[in-house]
Write a protein that binds this ligand. Structure first.
Ligand code: NDP
Length: 445
């Protein structure tokens, strides 16, 4: 396999899909040597089969808004690979959603899910519907229209969706409710459900908590056992960012930033638990903007900016893809940042990753560091099929164990001769090997 040849071929066949090309390129560079050491992979053309989604559904959704206008949106479900288990991955509702973005997410999800130790294939879905500013009734009608089309293609052993940007507990409730009505079964074909109807304790917290558990595994190797004295910059203020901040505070760190798509806040005094409780309320109850935090607590607010120029020792990008570029990475390093762990999917550009690796700081790529969310989704599926619920402590302990195991896989596959752990290579190679071996065992499909 020659990386450039495979990439050129994919770019020719699937033009104008830059995010998808970016995600594939990173993985191909990591696995090139390992792949070429296994001629049996090449013989079965594993590389193309692992890069190209097995199936893509795309459909138009029609829904009626509160004024009686009829609206249309595009929606998709990418079933990328089911070699190791049912398709599994979130749904994103955001105006930027495109086949390229969902293909990159489904591709990454396949390797991430392989790392979790649980039997889950990779998928992703969503729509260019923007829930911001919509009433609850509008969101419900949209979700119901979405499910009317998708329900045929998902199921507890087939494909189990979850949340992502713009899809939280409210949306999952509406989507799952309609699915259940149409499918006439009650086996939990969605994760991130409410606790009253099959959801798992710790699922909302899992991605953020999991990222901090992964970070602590990286820091432990340097002899650091808590976050006391650490200054932490976080981007985003949604599900992942807020629970990340909660865990940082619990471990003694100081959180200085959060962001949304309008700008970021820099709170020099630190975003403590009381202020964080306000952010939870602002985001989940009032669906407001972070500017209101700046007004309330009289702190710095930077319109349209990203928080990476604020001096920190740890950076946790937790908003969206390509939100941290090479220049941002240089500034972080210059200001003394020693660890970056990704809550979001592909938040760092290839140039930023190069800077982190060149400077040999601790860098946990999203594929490994944010796998806690889907891991607890996997645990939700287990609880649903066993018809039991585990306690908060039980789920949290399993989450910690899974993050430690993911970290160990990265160390196993990513340690370089000088002892530096390249977590990008580690995660990509470990995930790839598991999926590739499963595909080989199951024949040409
Ligand atoms: P939410 O919708 O809860 O929050 C997203 C946050 O990021 C919001 O603060 C949002 O601001 C901001 N944001 C979204 N898009 C942009 C953009 N284009 N530019 C700037 N800011 C933006 O989503 P999640 O917290 O669930 O997801 C965040 C990231 O984590 C995503 O990359 C997602 O794929 C990843 N992830 C999520 C998991 C989960 O369990 N939820 C699991 C693994 C990864 P605003 O409110 O203004 O839109």
């Amino acid at each position: 396999m020659k990386v450039e040849q495979v990439l050129d071929n994919l770019k020719r066949r699937f033009p104008n899909e830059s995010e998808y090309h970016q995600a594939v390129e990173e993985v191909l560079h990591s696995i090139e040597d390992v792949y070429n050491a296994h001629p049996e992979f090449e013989k079965q053309n594993i590389i193309e089969r692992i890069c190209i989604p097995e199936r893509i559904f795309s459909f138009r959704i029609t829904w009626v808004d509160d004024k009686g206008n009829v609206n249309t949106n595009m929606a998709y479900r990418i079933q990328h690979n089911n070699a190791i288990g049912p398709y599994k991955g979130g749904m994103r509702f955001h105006s930027s959603v495109s086949p390229s973005i969902l293909k990159f997410l489904a591709f990454e999800q396949t390797f991430k899910n392989a790392l979790t130790t649980l039997p889950m294939g990779g998928a992703k879905g969503g729509s260019d519907f923007n829930p911001k500013g919509k009433s609850n009734a509008e969101v419900m009608r949209f979700c119901q229209a979405f499910m009317l089309e998708l329900w045929h293609h998902i199921g507890p052993e087939t494909d189990v969706p979850a949340g992502d940007i713009g899809v939280g507990g409210r949306e999952i409730g509406f989507l799952y409710g309609m699915y259940k009505k149409l499918a006439r079964e009650n086996t939990g074909t969605f994760t991130g459900k409410g606790l009253e109807f099959g959801g798992s304790l710790i699922r909302p917290e899992a991605t953020g908590y999991g990222n901090i558990y992964f970070l602590m595994n990286m820091l432990n190797r340097k002899g650091i056992t808590d976050l006391k004295g650490q200054v932490v910059a976080i981007s985003g203020s949604g599900n992942v960012a807020t629970y990340t901040a909660e865990k940082v505070l619990e471990l003694g760190g100081k959180v200085i930033t959060l962001s949304d798509s309008n700008g970021y806040i820099y709170d020099e005094a630190g975003i403590d638990s009381e202020k964080l409780a306000y952010v939870f309320e602002l985001k989940n109850v009032y669906r407001g903007r972070l500017k209101e935090y700046a007004d309330k607590y009289n702190c710095k607010y930077v319109e349209g900016g990203r928080p990476w120029a604020e001096a920190c020792t740890i950076a946790l990008p937790s908003a969206t893809q390509n939100e941290l570029n090479g220049d941002d990475a240089e500034i972080l390093i210059k200001n003394g940042c020693m660890a970056v762990s990704e809550g979001a999917n592909m938040p760092s550009t290839p140039e930023a990753i190069e800077v982190f690796l060149k400077n040999k700081i601790l860098y946990g790529p999203g594929k490994a560091a944010n796998a806690g969310g889907v891991s607890v989704s996997g645990l939700e599926m287990s609880q649903n099929s066993m018809k039991i619920s585990w306690s908060k402590e039980e789920v949290d302990a399993k989450l910690k164990g899974i993050m430690a195991s993911i970290h160990q896989s990265c160390v196993q596959y990513g340690t370089e001769p000088d002892g530096f752990v390249n977590y990008v290579n580690g995660a990509n190679i470990a995930g790839f090997m598991k999926v590739a071996k499963a595909m080989m065992a199951q024949g040409v499909l």
